[in-house]
Design a protein around this ligand. Structure first.
Ligand code: ATP
Length: 318
């Protein structure tokens, strides 16, 4: 982890606003181990940051206040009070830096909520970077990563971006060099799925003997080797997600959505994280555009987005 400051007070625009953005993620491998005594599962996961971004704009103001716009804002899927991860990020950074938590935050969401794309984590990571600059806290990337891990298991990856192997509860990251670009289509469902509910369903299926215990998580080596250099078929064959079976059990229509993606020409399709977003792997950018067009007309998804990865993690814009 670099010791460079993440932002610094020099990045404040003329109107006093600081803007940062952070990406969604897809887990190209998600191996879920046993439940730990602290209530978390031991994970072996490979994260890929993809080009669907939320933006957080912060300004100085007395006390904390928050506005949320875009995906999930109108239907109340995203809280606008202390339950929002960006609020928690602001309080945590202020405490760490010994400054007053004085800021107005505006979150512009493109990443749907409760979709398995780590939208809340992206917002938290972008807030840390933006507020560090606004308040001039001069936190290092290492400091911000430690704060991110306190906010949620996926927040450190939202900060880092790119490709990374995640262990522990997903917060212990080893960056992976992956030079080639991967094109995907995200198939977004009408209604979100709660991450704890999906883990609970996995535990039930394992306890009932309907799924094998997650003691020996499959090796991440094939997926890492495929990510580094391809070809697309190798990555397609190596994709795996232990949360897919419980997500499909909770949302049986996901089975049809996955089939729709492969029938429309995806090299492979899997549930992203805890779902219900379907991540469909395309041959290339053109293939993704074609696939997106096909799936948009098909009715299996509320919305589709052609994206690519790896992309950078949370950073200042402008
Ligand atoms: P995971 O990181 O577990 O994959 P997810 O991507 O499925 O999560 P999020 O979009 O992060 O889900 O949201 C999960 C829940 O967190 C939401 O239902 C909402 O109640 C709460 N939440 C808190 N802050 C935010 C935020 N900034 N954006 C979206 N949801 C938020």
């Amino acid at each position: 982890m670099s010791n460079a400051t993440a932002g610094g007070p020099g990045r404040i625009a003329g109107n006093g606003a600081v803007v940062a953005r952070a990406p969604a993620k897809v887990n190209v491998h998600l191996g879920v181990g046993p439940l730990r005594p602290d209530g978390f599962h031991e994970l072996q996961t490979v994260f890929l940051a993809v080009s669907l971004f939320d933006t957080v704009t912060v300004r100085r103001s007395a006390g904390l206040s928050l506005e949320v716009h875009g995906e999930g804002a109108a239907d109340g899927a995203v809280p606008t009070d202390a339950r929002n991860l960006v609020w928690q990020a602001a309080e945590l950074l202020a405490r760490h830096a010994g400054v007053a938590a004085d800021a107005h935050l505006v979150v512009d969401k493109s990443i749907p909520a409760a979709a398995g794309l780590a939208g809340g984590s992206a917002d938290a990571a972008a807030s840390l970077v933006a507020l560090d600059a606004l308040w001039g806290t001069r936190a290092t990337r290492g400091d911000l990563a430690a704060l991110a891990a306190q906010l949620g298991s996926d927040v450190p990856f939202s900060l880092l971006g790119g490709v990374a192997l995640g262990t522990g509860r997903g917060e212990q990251l080893s960056p992976v060099l992956a030079r080639r670009r991967w094109d995907w289509v995200l198939g977004i469902a009408g209604e979100g799925l709660s991450t704890p509910t999906v883990y609970g369903e996995l535990d039930s299926l394992r306890a009932a003997g309907e799924l094998p215990d997650g003691v020996a998580a499959a090796s991440t080596e094939p997926v890492l080797a495929a990510l580094r250099s391809g070809p697309v078929g190798a990555l397609a064959a190596a994709l795996s997600n232990d949360l897919q079976a419980p997500a499909v059990r909770l949302r049986p229509e996901l089975r049809e959505a996955l089939r729709a993606a492969t029938e429309a020409g995806a090299a492979a399709a899997l549930v992203s994280g805890s779902g219900p977003t379907v991540a469909a792997l395309a041959e290339d950018e053109e293939g993704a555009a074609r696939l997106a067009g096909e799936l948009a007309g098909g009715g299996a998804f509320r919305a589709v987005r052609a994206v690519h990865g790896p992309v950078h993690g949370a950073r200042l814009v402008g």
